[in-house]
Design a protein around this ligand. Sequence first.
Ligand SMILES: Cc1cc2nc3c(=O)[nH]c(=O)nc-3n(C[C@H](O)[C@H](O)[C@H](O)COP(=O)(O)O)c2cc1C
Length: 175
Amino acid sequence: MSPHADPAGFRAAASRFSTGVTVVTSSDADGAPVGMTANSFTTVSMQPPTVLVSLKRGRTWQAVSETRRYAVNVLGADDVAICRHFAGAPLAQGAPCLDERDGFFLLRQAIAQFGCEVVSTIEVADHTLFIGEVRWCRHQDGLPLAFYASRFRNGLGAEIKPGDALAYPAEGWTV
Ligand SMILES: Cc1cc2nc3c(=O)[nH]c(=O)nc-3n(C[C@H](O)[C@H](O)[C@H](O)COP(=O)(O)O)c2cc1C
């Protein structure tokens, strides 16, 4: 048996872990905002409030490495174009507006924002886990953008209540 799972199979299986979508922002050496789409955002601890993002080497990685600060902007369901912009497919009308607060760059339509200071980093393969303590955060109501099976979704399905019968597909496993 190979020591590693087949990459295509791994990608497909991992895509079944549904996530929200964020834009991680920081500032470059000139103080200008940079950002990238990331769905690796995870809460780590409540006390103190701690999160992590897993970033591949690139402009945003460089900025976070140097400033040791980043903001996480949780996208709403209407923000697929913004998600694509920060994943390398620029918006025709130009970069989305980012507000500055205490040196963090924020998307005002985000449904949650976290301002973080890096307290620890872990190198893993071609990514770095940036573990950040949350200095402040805020949120507003709105439907979340979700990512599942490599597609964007309106993140709120029907609520499942105790006793609801769940239908499972009959096809079985894809290897
Ligand atoms: C839905 C989605 C989620 C992504 N999540 C991550 C992620 O968690 N970490 C990462 O390194 N790249 C992720 N990417 C890819 C980056 O957004 C993309 O490579 C980006 O252009 C990197 O920008 P940068 O070079 O300015 O850092 C994701 C892309 C998409 C569309």
